[in-house]
Design a protein around this ligand. Structure first.
Ligand SMILES: Cc1ncc(COP(=O)(O)O)c(C=O)c1O
Length: 399
């Protein structure tokens, strides 16, 4: 099959909508346009059935006991906001301390900082050189005033997967609620809120081949029943936790996307891990001074994060941008190029944090695409090094 350019290898930022998901959504934009809260006619009943089915599909994917534990939101960011702010408000009588990690996605970190400005205390637990958080360090951070532990399931830059079940047990032993931002993990690797002791879980449709603009917060209903202060007041939708009309087509899309991920996960994970390993081997066998960021095993099957000594990640992306859509850990904000705070948190040098490149594969990635991106990455890194003054000492023979 001919390769179509630019090759999309940025599937940890978003995923293409699966055509089956799109087809399932379309009727809910046209003839099946009812409001799911309209109780007086078949248009409403039809929409309500569709939304409830989606709730069941999502509940099944994450091992929730009861579909009513699935609260629809606008996406991962809102879910994280609702989880952290909602718990902080509802449990103020119990404590004022939250424990999280230094590598949470921006939403988690920004909400934590806002809560700090409002008087809560937050402990940001560091990670090891492989991106794993040590459960013993989490345990040491918990106090009698801790109300919430929030640790991301899999990191969006380096893909490192945390020991979620161990953290769930820890939180349960101490009677502390446990939230996980599972936005990158759901649909890709097994997630089971019951087996893993998760009380709150954030996820988003656009990372599971569903539409943008819809997500979920799983809110445990029993053992314990989690209380949350809503962010949005209104018509009492979603058991009073998230007011506003549910976007039915998006919820339907999310539901089917979740079901398809559940069906495909085992096989898809193996296929993508094989392709990812091939990409890694292609690059690392040909480029010296390249380093894997994150844990070599405990990582998402479809992601690869590499740092190339003496070249900036952004330059690699620019060198490849006609052919491949990739991401660097660095965020280009106005004139300053910020290094990846996640790679920096691994104890890496500023240079390594500046030089990271993230490749992420997806359901429609082909072998040809992997071969092309691997080959071209090697060429671009070599060319950049030839041009780079930073590279001089490295290229000159000793003496
Ligand atoms: C780990 C993580 N958390 C949260 C989010 C935010 O989700 P959304 O884009 O649905 O707001 C993302 C988005 O990519 C993510 O990767």
């Amino acid at each position: 099959m001919a390769v179509k350019f630019p090759i999309f290898m940025d599937a940890q930022s978003t995923t293409p909508v699966d055509p089956r998901v799109l087809a399932a959504m379309l009727p809910y934009f046209t003839e099946r346009f009812g409001h799911p809260a309209s109780r007086t006619h078949p248009y409403g009943w039809d929409a309500e059935r569709a939304v409830e089915r989606a709730r069941e599909q999502i509940a099944r994917l994450i091992g929730a006991r009861d579909p009513r534990e699935i609260v629809f939101t606008s996406g991962g960011t809102e879910s994280i906001n609702l989880a952290l702010k909602g718990v902080a408000d509802a449990y103020r009588d119990r404590g004022d301390h939250i424990v999280t990690t230094v590598i949470e996605q921006r939403a988690g970190l920004d909400v934590a900082r806002r809560l700090e400005r409002q008087g809560l205390r937050v402990t940001y637990v560091p990670v090891g050189p492989d991106g794993l958080v040590d459960p013993a360090a989490i345990r040491a951070a918990l106090t009698d005033r801790t109300i919430l532990l929030s640790v991301m399931f899999a990191n969006n830059e380096i893909g490192t997967i945390q020991a979620i079940a161990a953290l769930g047990r820890l939180a349960k032993d101490r009677g502390i609620l446990f939230h996980t931002d599972a936005t990158q993990a759901v649909g890709k690797i097994p997630v089971d809120v019951e087996a893993m002791g998760v009380d709150l879980l954030s996820a988003t449709a656009h990372l599971v081949y569903g539409p943008k603009g819809v997500g979920t917060l799983y809110v445990r209903g029993k053992d314990p029943r989690v209380r949350l202060q809503p962010l949005i007041d209104g018509g009492g939708h979603e058991r009073g936790l998230r007011a506003g009309t549910i976007p039915v087509p998006l919820a339907v899309g999310f539901g089917l996307a979740a079901e398809l991920c559940g069906q495909a996960m085992a096989e898809e994970g193996l296929r993508l891990a094989r392709l990812r390993n091939r990409l890694q081997e292609l690059i690392l066998s040909a480029v010296e001074d390249a380093q894997l960021n994150g844990h070599p095993e405990h990582r998402l099957p479809h992601g690869l994060n590499l740092s190339f000594a003496h070249v900036e990640g952004e330059s690699v992306l620019l060198g490849l941008n006609r052919e491949a859509a990739l991401a660097s850990g660095s965020a280009c904000t106005s004139a300053t190029l910020e290094p990846s705070y996640v790679v920096a948190a691994l104890g890496a040098s500023a240079e390594r944090a500046h030089s990271s490149v993230r490749f992420s594969l997806h359901r429609f990635t082909t072998e040809e695409e992997v071969e092309h991106v691997g080959r071209r990455t090697v060429e671009v890194v070599r060319r950049l090094r030839e041009m780079s003054p930073l590279c001089e000492p490295a290229r000159k023979p000793p003496g």
